[in-house]
Design a protein around this ligand. Structure first.
Ligand code: MOS
Length: 735
C-alpha cells in the first residue's frame, strides 16, 4: 500500500479498540520474569560460554604488544579474541565509525582490545585481568570548548544543510529594539538504559543466530554482516524483548560482532553482555553542545531575528548532535540564521540518544525564550503564543500538517494554575524554600518509514500479527494488537503479536519516535489485504463487508470471522510505503511543559514539585502507553536539567563516571506528581491511523522548563546544564 494522499474515514476511526488505554499485552511476561532477553536464551542456546570484553586503557594510540600467555592458562579459558586472530573486520555504513575491535590502532578509551571466552563469566573476567598490554599513547582532542573558535561548519547531513540564512539576520538583529545574545552548554550524557548491550550467538552449520538487544532488526543484521563479512542471508537476528535502548541500540556495538566471531571459534554458543563499567566508554553517548542563541524582538513581542549556532563534537564523520534543528521549525521570525559546527574529538563515539538534536537544542532555545520574555516584560506563555506560525518558518511554502502548539499552551496554563506564577523572580518563599514556575515548548519531528507486516487468521479465529518491529519498552506489542483488532473486528485478546525476528517482514524498527506510526501503518496495510481475502473467501464483494464483534457482515448475511479460515489459515502481507506528504507538509509533534519547583534558600537543593505536559501528537492510539512514554521523557528531561552529566577527563580522554553509581539519573524520590494531557486531534497526513509518535516529544523542552522555574524561584539564571547547586548557590542571598 502507498500512503500518498491524506487519510479519509477507515475502520480505525471506529475507535472500539484503538484509543483505549489497554494494559500492555507483554506486561505479564515481564512482571513474571518470563520475557527472555538477549542474555537469557538458556533454552535456545544451552551450554553457552561467556564472553568478557577487555577495554582499552588509553584513548588514542597504538597497541605495542599483547601478552595472552597467562590469560590462556587461567582456569576455564576457552579462547581469547584480539585483532591478531579475529580476521578482518569492516565497518557499518553509518554508526559506529569506530572499530568494534581495536588493534593495532586504539581510537577511543575502553574500545574492545580482547574478548575472553570462558566457561563462566567469573573465569572470563579473571582471565581478562591477566592480559598484559603495552601501548604507545598519543595526545588526543578531548575538550569541546577548546575548539570553540576553530571548529568548522559541520558537513551537510541527513538533517539538512548545516547553515541556513534567511533574509537579513544580522541587520534585523542589530536593529531590534530588544536583543538577547546568550550562550548555553549541555554536557555529554549517557543513555543509561537498564539492560546493557548484549548478544547470545549460536552457529548451526553456516547459519548464525544472534539474540541481541537492538532497536532495529534489519539494521542490526545488515551492520553485523558489514562488520564480520558473514553473508546477510546466513544471519538471523532475534530481539523479542529489550530492556531500554534510548538510541544506544539503534546501532550495533562490540557485543554482537565479537559474540558471533567467538561462537564460531569455540564451536558453541557464546554470550556477551557489555559490562556496565564499559557501557559508557565502549558504546556511545549523547555529545555535548555549546549553543549561542540570538533573538531580536519588537516591543509587541514579535520576533524579528532568530539565530541559533551550535557547536558539537564527535569522531570524524560521526553523528551530529545538531541542536539547531528545532529552531528551524518552532517560532516565526522573518530573519533567520542557523549554523551547526562540528569539532573532531578523540572521545568515545557519540550517537543518537533520547530525541537527538531536539532535546539538546530545546534546552538552550527555551531558556532563551524565557529570558527574552522577561526583557520584553511579557508572560513567557504569551510570548510563545505571539510567535506561533502555521507554516514552517524556514520554508514558508510548507504548511504544518497540524500545529496546535498555542492550544497546548492555553490548556496547560489553565490546568496548571499559571496565573498564580509571580512575574518577578524570588517573590514566593515558603518554609525556607523559594517557589517558582517555568514553562517551555516541546517539538519533535513526526515521521514514518516504509515497513511491512503479515497478518494471519487461524481457524480458531485468532489473528496473529508478525513483523520484525521491536518493542523497546514502549508498548509496541499492544498498539499493534489494537490495530489488528480494530481492523479485523475482534477483541484485543483474540490477537497474538510476534515481533523482533529477521525471519518476519521488515519494518523501520524503533527510533526517532517513528516506530509507532510506521509499524501500525504496516499492520493496517496487511489487514486491508486480509479483509479482502476474508471477504472473498466468504463470498462477500470486497470493500463492503463490515468486520465487527468477531463477525463479518454483508447486507443481511453475517458470518463468524473464523469461518473464513475453516479450510485453512488465511495470511496477508503488505509493505506500507509513503509518498511526498512528509515533504509537502512539515510534520511535527508539539507540546507545552509546565513545572513548579522549590529551591532551598539555604542549600540551593532543587525539588521539582509538579510537572504537566500537554501534547498535540495526532491520534493517541493507547492513552496509557502514550502517557507512560511521555512521563518517561519528562523524567529523562529532569535528569538532563538537574543531574545527568558524563564528566570528561580532558587529559586521559574518557568519561570518568562510568557506572550507575556516579552517573546520576532521577530516582522515584526525585519525581513529583506528573500529569500528561493529550489534545484530541487526528492528523490525516501522517498515516492511515492519523497517529504520530510521542515518546521523544516528552523530553523535548522539559529541562528548560525546569531551568526557567528555578530562575523564577531564585532569580539566578544558570545556562550550563546540569543545574547542580554549586552553579547558583553562591548567588542566592545570604541567610
Ligand atoms: Mo532514538 S535516540 O532516535 O532511538
Amino acid at each position: 500500500m502507498r500512503f500518498d494522499t491524506p487519510a479519509t474515514t477507515n475502520p480505525i476511526d471506529q475507535l472500539r479498540v484503538i484509543g483505549k488505554p489497554h494494559d500492555r499485552i507483554d506486561g505479564p511476561l515481564k512482571t513474571t520474569g518470563n520475557a527472555t532477553y538477549a542474555y537469557e536464551q538458556h533454552a535456545a542456546a544451552p551450554n553457552a560460554a561467556y564472553g568478557f570484553i577487555l577495554g582499552a586503557g588509553i584513548a588514542k594510540g597504538t597497541i605495542k604488544s599483547i601478552d595472552l600467555d597467562e590469560a590462556r592458562r587461567a582456569p576455564g579459558t576457552l579462547e581469547i579474541i584480539t585483532y591478531e586472530n579475529a580476521g578482518p573486520l569492516g565497518f557499518a555504513p553509518f554508526i559506529p565509525r569506530t572499530a568494534a575491535l581495536a588493534g593495532p590502532r586504539v581510537t577511543h578509551y575502553h574500545q574492545a582490545i580482547a574478548l575472553v571466552v570462558a566457561e563462566t563469566f567469573e573465569q572470563a573476567r579473571d582471565a581478562a585481568s591477566h592480559i598484559r598490554i603495552t601501548y604507545s599513547e598519543e595526545a588526543g582532542r578531548y575538550d569541546l570548548a577548546a575548539q570553540y573558535d576553530t571548529a568548522p561548519i559541520a558537513p551537510d547531513y541527513i538533517l539538512g544543510p548545516s547553515e541556513m540564512r534567511i533574509n537579513d539576520f544580522d541587520g534585523a538583529f542589530a536593529s531590534a529594539p530588544f536583543q538577547l545574545d546568550e550562550t548555553y552548554t549541555t554536557p555529554p550524557e549517557s543513555h543509561a538504559m537498564m539492560e546493557p548491550q548484549a548478544t547470545t550467538a549460536v552457529w548451526e552449520g553456516d547459519q548464525l543466530i544472534c539474540w541481541t538487544s537492538t532497536q532495529g532488526i534489519a539494521v542490526a543484521l545488515g551492520d553485523l554482516a558489514a562488520v564480520t563479512g558473514i553473508p546477510p542471508e546466513n544471519i538471523r537476528v532475534v530481539s523479542p524483548f529489550i530492556g531500554g535502548g534510548f538510541g544506544s541500540k539503534s546501532f550495533n556495538h562490540a557485543d554482537i560482532s565479537l559474540a558471533a566471531i567467538a561462537a564460531r571459534m569455540v564451536g558453541r554458543p557464546v554470550k556477551v553482555a557489555m559490562q556496565r563499567p564499559l557501557v559508557i566508554n565502549n558504546t556511545t553517548h549523547r555529545p555535548a553542545t555549546i549553543q549561542r542563541i540570538k533573538l531580536g524582538a519588537n516591543a509587541d513581542g514579535k520576533i524579528t531575528a532568530i539565530g541559533h549556532e551550535a557547536l558539537f563534537g564527535n569522531v570524524e564523520n560521526g553523528w551530529q548532535e545538531s541542536a539547531i534543528v528545532p529552531t528551524r521549525h518552532l517560532y516565526a521570525g522573518a530573519n533567520r540564521m542557523t549554523l551547526a559546527r562540528m569539532a573532531t574529538l578523540d572521545l568515545p563515539e557519540g550517537s543518537t540518544m533520547r530525541a537527538p538534536c531536539e532535546a539538546a537544542g530545546m534546552m538552550a532555545l527555551e531558556i532563551a525564550m524565557d529570558e527574552m520574555a522577561e526583557k520584553l516584560g511579557m508572560d513567557p506563555v504569551e510570548f510563545r503564543i505571539v510567535n506561533d506560525t502555521q507554516v514552517s518558518p524556514d520554508h514558508p511554502e510548507r504548511p504544518f500538517s497540524l500545529r496546535k502548539l498555542n492550544e497546548c499552551f492555553r490548556l496547560g496554563a489553565d490546568r496548571f494554575g499559571w496565573q498564580d506564577r509571580p512575574s518577578r523572580p524570588r517573590a514566593v518563599q515558603e518554609d525556607g524554600w523559594y517557589i517558582g514556575m517555568g514553562t517551555a515548548a516541546a517539538i519533535r519531528g513526526a515521521l514514518a518509514f516504509p515497513s511491512a507486516a503479515r497478518v494471519r487468521l487461524a481457524s480458531d479465529g485468532i489473528v496473529t500479527v508478525e513483523c520484525d518491529m521491536t518493542d523497546i519498552g514502549t508498548g509496541t506489542y499492544t498498539v499493534l494488537a489494537q490495530t489488528a483488532a480494530e481492523m479485523m473486528g475482534v477483541d484485543i485478546d483474540q490477537v497474538a503479536v510476534s515481533l523482533g525476528d529477521s525471519n518476519l517482514p521488515a519494518t523501520a524498527g524503533s527510533g526517532g519516535q517513528y516506530g509507532c506510526a510506521s509499524s501500525t501503518g504496516a499492520v493496517y496495510a496487511a489487514c486491508v489485504k486480509l479483509r479482502e481475502l476474508v471477504a472473498e473467501t466468504l463470498g462477500f464483494p470486497g470493500g463492503e463487508a463490515i468486520f465487527e464483534g468477531g463477525m463479518v457482515r454483508h447486507g443481511e448475511t453475517s458470518l463468524p470471522l473464523a469461518i473464513a479460515a475453516a479450510n485453512g489459515e488465511l495470511a496477508a502481507e503488505d509493505l506500507m510505503e509513503y509518498g511526498d506528504l512528509f515533504q509537502t507538509f512539515d510534520q511535527q509533534t508539539f507540546g507545552a511543559h509546565f513545572v513548579k519547583v522549590a529551591v532551598n534558600s539555604a542549600t540551593a537543593e532543587v525539588r521539582v514539585r509538579s510537572m504537566l505536559m500537554v501534547c498535540a501528537a495526532g491520534r493517541i492510539l493507547n492513552p496509557k502507553t502514550a502517557r507512560s512514554q511521555v512521563i518517561g521523557g519528562m523524567t529523562m528531561g529532569l535528569g538532563g536539567a538537574l543531574m545527568e552529566e558524563l564528566v570528561v577527563d580532558k587529559n586521559r580522554g574518557f568519561f570518568v563516571n562510568h557506572d550507575l553509581a556516579s552517573y546520576e539519573v532521577p530516582v522515584h524520590a526525585d519525581i513529583p506528581h506528573q500529569e500528561v494531557v493529550f489534545l484530541d486531534e487526528v492528523d490525516p497526513y501522517t498515516s492511515p491511523l492519523k497517529a504520530k509518535g510521542v515518546g521523544e516529544l516528552g523530553i523535548s523542552g522539559v529541562a528548560a522548563a525546569i531551568a526557567n522555574a528555578i530562575y523564577n524561584a531564585t532569580g539566578v539564571r544558570v545556562r550550563q546544564y546540569p543545574m547542580t547547586l554549586e552553579k547558583y548557590l553562591s548567588e542566592l542571598p545570604q541567610i
